[in-house]
Design a protein around this ligand. Sequence first.
Ligand SMILES: [Ca+2]
Length: 171
Amino acid sequence: MFNGTGTGGLFDVDDFTLTGGGGPTDPPPAPVNLALGKPATADSSCAAIEGPEKAVNGSVSGGNADKWCSVGGSKWWRVDLGTATTVGRFVVKHSGAGGENAAWNTRDFDIQTSVDGATWTTRVQARANTANVTTHTIGPVSARYVRLNVLAPTSNTDMAARVYEFEVYAS
Ligand SMILES: [Ca+2]
């Protein structure tokens, strides 16, 4: 406790300075997932709770309904970033990333980009994947739409494509 004897202020604070923030030793800002929460569509869904939006909900820990799943004849998923945006890296979180069978990790897939949703350019051709999480870095391009085409959904006889999260980054 501070006790004073007069009627004036005990302390006068004219100004003070907080240091830190923006200094050269601060870590760089975390990369922004451009796909997070953006409108997503797909060829089909295995169940209503496994819709395309589950691949951009920012979570892989919500159990097997935290993914997009498709058993369609031509399995594709796409996201609309809203406006033409520089994209340079994709991160795909497959079955094993959500706690399901790693043999169901998407085996063969292409990633395409488009500025108009009509003309698509293939940017990534991933083959024989077995990893739970795959990262695909490309020379940065401008894109509004990003599409995943699943060519072989799993490494065994299971026919469902499962994507827990599809992330898009500028670099
Ligand atoms: Ca998810």
